[in-house]
Design a protein around this ligand. Structure first.
Ligand code: HEM
Length: 479
């Protein structure tokens, strides 16, 4: 079918809200804040439960909402590309998250090794130590005023990723100030990225470079770059001093020989310095804020649902009644915890909206061919709240949604917080293990409560899904 016919068919077969000449649907988006934008594209998904097209000036995006179609798009080799315009703001052309397909295909295969379960298992002692530190840090809030748990989970997960996949030696006192600066810089640069995403008219670099934000962004970006370079240099030094165990030898005494950063540095000839930096930054940024936010959401939801919290603590006590050792096997027994985390990621998926691009014409449905270059938009937030999938109580928090008998009734692509297909989250197992350990440690020590009402929580999408306001919880000692 020729291109013009394809377009004509799309115009006819894929619905769209009323479109204006030249600007398309830009008038619907311009001027909206991050919360309103998320609401708008969520309403569009509910209104058009299969496909809906949106025009932004000359750019067309297709929102895909139906699990069958999601599976088709996200599992197709043709749709593995990431649209440049949606990911260029990360400014990490060679990192896995935003790399072009030809590059990604090779690198993803290479790095899968560093996130397999045998490697993650070696991280468990570090997860435990870091979660213990988090627990002792918040002890000062016992019987005191409410505090923002995210401030603490975020430090915890940053330390986790730095000291596991990135091989840094964390001596906390030395690094506390560095971490604070890193948080600030990450926050500023991601805010800038989100702002730019919202204001496509200042997309052209020439105009953006005239704004004060550009200069501050540059400064903060530079600070982050130096931090990332330090991670790489320090690890290089450690490997060198380790008698050059940089050949992937399994004889090394370091059980983390297969960790992400070593895997790159062991094979430096395959990467440029820029590649190495992009990979390190990608794993660092993708790895800590997501897990920290999800854990903070989870704690807040538990504080709001005391019955769920009590049931979870009962399970923890049962699993760890005879033996306190935290092993992968013990964590796997925490089935209710698994359901609680999944339910958290359902109602609040921290990667709420993701994008793909068709690398060739793509037949999404019989007779409906989407032209090469089209952007697909997947609104995971909306998918996870569809009433036809999750029932009339889709908005409520109920871990029983993940009882095996309920899961069996649903399409496998109804729940995809880590995306789906080959280009899914490489760190999904890392995230689940680390979050379980943090929750376990926190719940063994504290009872959580909050004045915030679940029904009144509001979210915005600023690259990741963020709660509007703070994750304010109070704690008392559990025993
Ligand atoms: C609750 C925690 C997490 C959630 C919900 C999450 C979610 C996601 C999602 C939805 C994607 C797909 C993004 C897209 O297609 O644009 C993704 C990709 C990715 N995530 Fe995660 N993530 C989490 C934790 C982690 C962790 C802990 C790491 C690293 C240790 C990580 C590393 C990555 C990387 C490198 C990618 C790009 C993968 C590729 O394209 O090959 N994530 N994540």
């Amino acid at each position: 079918m020729c291109l013009m016919q394809n377009y004509r068919k799309i115009m006819l077969d894929i619905p769209a809200p009323r479109v204006l000449p030249i600007i398309g649907h830009a008038h619907l988006m311009i001027g909206l804040n991050n919360e309103e934008q998320l609401k708008l594209i969520t309403e569009l998904c509910f209104l058009y439960p299969n496909l809906v097209k949106i025009w932004f000036f000359h750019i067309m995006g297709i929102l895909v909402s139906n699990p069958d179609l999601i599976q088709k798009v996200f599992n197709s080799e043709i749709c593995m590309e990431k649209p440049y315009i949606a990911y260029k703001l990360f400014n990490l052309d060679n990192g896995l998250l935003s790399a072009r397909y030809s590059r990604w295909k090779h690198d993803r295969r290479f790095f899968n090794n560093s996130f397999k379960i045998s490697t993650l298992q070696t991280f468990i002692p570090i997860f435990i130590e870091t979660a213990d530190k988090l627990t002792s840090e918040i002890t000062r809030f016992v019987d005191d005023k409410a505090f923002n748990i995210l401030d603490y989970t975020i430090r915890c997960t940053l330390k986790m990723i730095c000291s596991t996949s990135l091989g840094m030696k964390i001596s906390d006192s030395e690094n506390e100030e560095t971490f604070n600066k890193v948080f600030h810089a990450v926050e500023f640069t991601s805010e800038s990225a989100a702002l730019l995403q919202n204001k496509p008219l200042i997309y052209p670099d020439t105009i953006y470079k005239l704004t004060p934000r550009y200069h501050e962004n540059y400064r903060q970006g530079k600070y982050l770059n130096d931090f990332h370079q330090r991670i790489i240099d320090e690890r290089r030094e450690i490997l060198k001093n380790n008698n050059n165990k940089i050949d992937g030898s399994t004889e090394t005494s370091d059980p983390g020989y297969n960790i992400f950063i070593d895997h790159i540095l062991n094979n430096e000839n395959m990467f440029t310095d820029q590649d190495i930096r992009d990979h390190v930054i990608t794993v660092l940024s993708a790895g800590y804020e997501t897990s920290a936010t999800a854990t903070a959401h989870c704690i807040l939801f538990l504080a709001q649902h005391q019955n769920v919290q009590n049931k979870l603590v009962e399970e923890i006590n049962e699993v760890f009644a005879a033996d306190d050792e935290i092993t992968l096997e013990a964590l796997n027994k925490l089935q209710y915890m698994e359901r609680v985390i999944k339910e958290t990621l359902r109602v609040a998926p921290v990667g709420p909206v993701i994008f793909r691009e068709a690398m060739q014409d793509f037949e999404i449905q019989e007779g409906l061919v989407i032209p090469k270059g089209t952007t697909f938009i997947l609104n995971i937030y909306a998918l996870h709240r569809r009433k036809d999938i999750w029932g009339e109580k889709a908005e409520e928090f109920d871990p029983d949604n993940f009882l095996p008998e309920n899961v069996a009734k649903r399409h496998p692509c109804s729940f995809i917080p880590f995306s789906t297909g080959r280009r899914n989250c490489i760190g999904h197992r890392y995230a689940m293990i680390s979050m379980k350990i943090i929750l376990l440690k926190l719940l063994q020590q504290f009872k959580f409560s909050t004045d915030l009402k679940y029904e009144e929580l509001r979210f915005k999408a600023v690259l990741t899904l963020k709660l509007i306001g703070e994750h304010l919880v109070s704690i008392t000692n559990r025993y």
